[in-house]
Design a protein around this ligand. Structure first.
Ligand code: BEZ
Length: 204
């Protein structure tokens, strides 16, 4: 399998952590994107995902798969896994909803990064920035209050939450998300020590 890869992307990390947890990371060859900018077409990535987004995976059968959530599901299927993504419907859809919540925060965090770091200062939109920050805070509050059971083991949802929190620490180190959210802080402290997380740290 080949993976369009950039170590700064939380979506890529979600895939590589999942592959590590499944014990199949060595079956995936990384294809580094190099510079990856939201306003430029990346020919290599776009050949496998017309949206030009990473990650995109090409299977050993030559089929392109995206986005990160579908890739994680494919990897679980490929590895014959029933724990990271269980079949049992109550667990399955709860974990997928948790994953969706975390991916939503990643989407928002990455969009904010583009707005506040890449976009020329005079074109920035303060109300939009505030709304994205509020959206992230609301999702973190929900994670703090309502997902204790799903965050107590390794599954597609807890992996996504850990990668999302890792991205917030990476790009928004002064946000202080853990100051008022002890349950989430305790979850992350434990999960971040897993070999799958240690092996996929974003660049310094
Ligand atoms: C980042 O540098 O924050 C980033 C890079 C690639 C994809 C998403 C985010």
């Amino acid at each position: 399998m080949k993976l369009h890869f950039n170590p700064a992307s939380p979506f890529v990390r979600m895939v590589t952590v999942t592959a590590n947890e499944l014990g199949i990371r060595d079956q995936i060859e990384d294809v580094p994107t190099g510079e990856f900018l939201p306003i430029k077409v990346h020919g290599g990535v776009s050949a496998d995902n017309p949206l030009g987004r990473i990650p995109a995976l090409v299977t050993d059968h030559g089929t392109a798969i995206h986005d990160s959530r579908v890739i994680c599901e494919y990897l679980c299927h490929h590895a014959g896994d029933k724990e990271i993504l269980p079949d049992e419907p109550v667990k399955r859809f709860r974990m997928l909803t948790l994953q969706s919540l975390a991916v939503g925060v990643m989407d928002t965090g990455v969009a904010l990064r583009y707005e506040t770091f890449l976009r020329p200062e005079e074109k920035r939109w303060a109300d939009w920035i505030s709304r994205q920050q509020a959206r992230i805070a609301a999702a973190l509050d929900d994670l703090e209050a309502n997902w204790k059971s799903e965050l107590s083991n390794v599954n597609c949802g807890s992996i996504a939450v850990a990668c999302m929190l890792g991205y917030l620490d990476f790009r928004y180190g002064d946000m202080g998300w853990c100051d008022t959210r002890p349950n989430l802080a305790a979850f992350y402290e434990g999960f971040a020590k897993r070999p799958s997380m240690m092996a996929t740290m974003p660049p310094a």
